[in-house]
Design a protein around this ligand. Structure first.
Ligand code: FAD
Length: 498
């Protein structure tokens, strides 16, 4: 597409959702996706490069901090993320029902989500967390137990070879394992077949220049080295680790002072089919020492390439690359600018524990990693596991966090003043809430499309509760009805009446 209305940079889960949602919202829009790699969604969104957890607050203990004053647990964040993942499921079920994508089982599978703790202090925490969550209609099905037999029935590996410390677990049916790369590729395949739309791999965006009414975008065709220019009214930088350098090139004032710090991920993968067969859950535990929330370990059943797999991690790894496949070790040094160098230096001083954690992670041996795995699965043997690389997360670093220079863990949408450019930085809770993040981009940059009765109706068809508050107790019945319909369409539960 020459000079389309919209250019999406990168073919990960974020661009895929924005493209699909915009095209459904305004079918006359022309949209072009540029991807530098030779395949679609092969970086962070690829199934092997992330944990595939449909984050809904069901098991992630880091979403529910303890209130030191009274020992109760703040569950507000978990409730918010649950609602955002409902939006994601609504949109995916719409995509299935409308024929945009087929075979939902290829990208989403039901799997129970468990939280598992040991030691009396953690047991008390989990009890308080369960009490806080189970009181809300989103989490009314959550089970809590300290009974070893029940935990063994839920996830036998957790109990094998374990001594007598107090244990507790919660379990929630309705959790999911998601292949985010799978859904991204399906949505992009649909988008590429729509009139006025195109998806080009092997094309790297190398420059962005602001024009009076939009942007001039330079694109290098990597096979021929030919550079061409495209003009567009709106650019979305969904380049994952590649977003920060492009934002810096755009020169928008909103990008001043931003930095990025890459943290690589690694998994232990189980090669013993008999062990893989005995575990069917995602089990999240507590953060170990100063581990950033993204590195809280979990023992995960995954469905990848049509096969059941067992992964444990992530472990953090040092890297200076911003992208796994097409990154360069010069990415980090090249991103350092006069306007962010002070912020980057202050990070080290304000986050000494994190620095220590990264050094420890980067120097650990297989035996050290096995010790962490044995916190979950005490009988684990090194001969059954091997280490593989996961994706890289570039943590966004901002100047304006109150405490100068702190590493910012959330997802950050940066939009320029006239709403002609948006970029996504940061990682957590990531791909699971991509629909909500893209809704935010649409509200900021395409608000006019939502204001017409047709636009509003189209968005309601895609995400029926996008303008409702499902969190309210008065909306409990509405939540159950909408959620059941989405889960049936996604084949996460059998159709009603069967
Ligand atoms: C170890 C790990 C575990 C995770 N676990 C989870 C999880 O369990 N659940 C969850 O919801 N999220 C998880 N995430 C986060 C999630 O993977 C990301 O939030 C999400 O995949 C980001 O998608 P994206 O589209 O922004 O980026 P990406 O998927 O990285 O896509 C960016 C694309 O842009 C392309 N690109 C880069 N530069 C250019 C350029 N100049 N021109 C053209 N193309 C370019 C890249 O090649 C790439 O294909 C995890 C991440 C990691 C690293």
């Amino acid at each position: 597409m020459e000079n389309p209305d919209v250019i999406l940079i990168g073919s990960g889960v974020m661009s895929a959702h924005l493209g699909a949602m915009l095209k459904q919202l305004e079918p006359r829009l022309t949209i072009q996706v540029y991807e530098s790699a030779d395949g679609l969604a092969r970086e962070s969104s690829d199934g092997w490069n992330n944990a595939g957890t449909g984050h809904a607050g069901l098991c992630e203990l880091s979403y529910t901090p303890k209130r030191e004053a009274d020992g109760s647990v703040n569950v507000g964040n978990a409730i918010g993320i649950f609602e955002q993942f409902e939006h994601t499921k609504q949109f995916w079920s719409y995509a299935v029902a409308s024929g945009m994508v087929e075979s939902p089982g290829e990208f989403i599978q039901p799997i129970p989500h468990l939280s598992f703790v040991h030691g009396q202090e953690q047991v008390d925490f989990l009890k308080a967390r369960h009490a806080g969550l189970a009181a809300h209609h989103f989490f009314s099905g959550m089970e809590y137990t300290t009974d070893r037999g029940t935990i063994a029935a839920w996830a036998p590996l957790l109990l094998e070879g374990r001594s007598g410390v107090p244990l507790a677990a919660t379990r929630m049916e309705g959790g999911t394992d998601v292949n985010f790369g799978g859904i991204a590729r399906k949505l992009l395949s649909w988008l590429g077949q729509q009139e006025g739309c195109g998806v080009a791999t092997g094309h790297r965006v190398t420059g962005l220049r602001k024009k009076k009414e939009g942007w001039e975008v330079s694109i290098r065709h990597l096979a021929t080295n030919e550079v061409r220019l495209n003009y567009t009214r709106f650019v979305f930088i969904g380049a994952g680790g590649g977003s920060l350098p492009l934002l810096q090139k755009s020169g928008i004032p909103e990008a001043k002072g931003l930095g990025g710090f890459p943290i690589g991920g690694q998994w232990l993968i189980c090669d013993n089919a008999e062990i893989v067969a005995r575990h069917s859950a995602k089990v999240y535990g507590q953060a170990l020492e100063a581990a950033p929330t993204m590195a809280v370990p979990h023992l995960d059943t995954r469905m990848l390439d049509g096969k059941k797999t067992l992964l444990f991690g992530p472990f953090a790894a040092w890297t200076s690359k911003f992208l796994g496949r097409n990154g360069s070790f010069a990415d980090l040094p090249r991103s350092i600018r006069p306007d962010n160098i002070a912020t980057l230096i202050r990070i080290g001083f304000h986050n000494l524990e994190l620095v220590r954690y990264l050094i420890q992670q980067g120097t650990q041996s297989m035996a050290d990693r096995m010790k962490v795995l044995q916190v979950f699965y005490p009988a684990a043997k090194a001969s059954d596991w091997r280490l593989i690389d996961a994706g890289i997360r570039v943590q966004a670093i901002k100047k304006t966090d109150g405490q100068a220079g702190i590493v910012h863990y959330g997802t950050e949408v940066i939009t320029n003043a006239d709403g002609t450019l948006s970029a996504l930085l940061g990682a957590s809770p990531g791909a699971s809430v991509s629909v909500n993040i893209m809704l935010e981009v649409i509200r900021k940059c395409f608000a006019h499309l939502l204001l017409t009765p047709e636009g509003h109706a189209r968005m309601k068809a895609m995400i029926p509760t996008f303008d409702e508050d499902l969190k309210l107790p008065s909306n409990a019945a509405r939540f159950r009805e909408i959620s059941a319909r989405a889960e049936e369409l996604l084949q996460l539960r059998p159709p009603a009446g069967t």
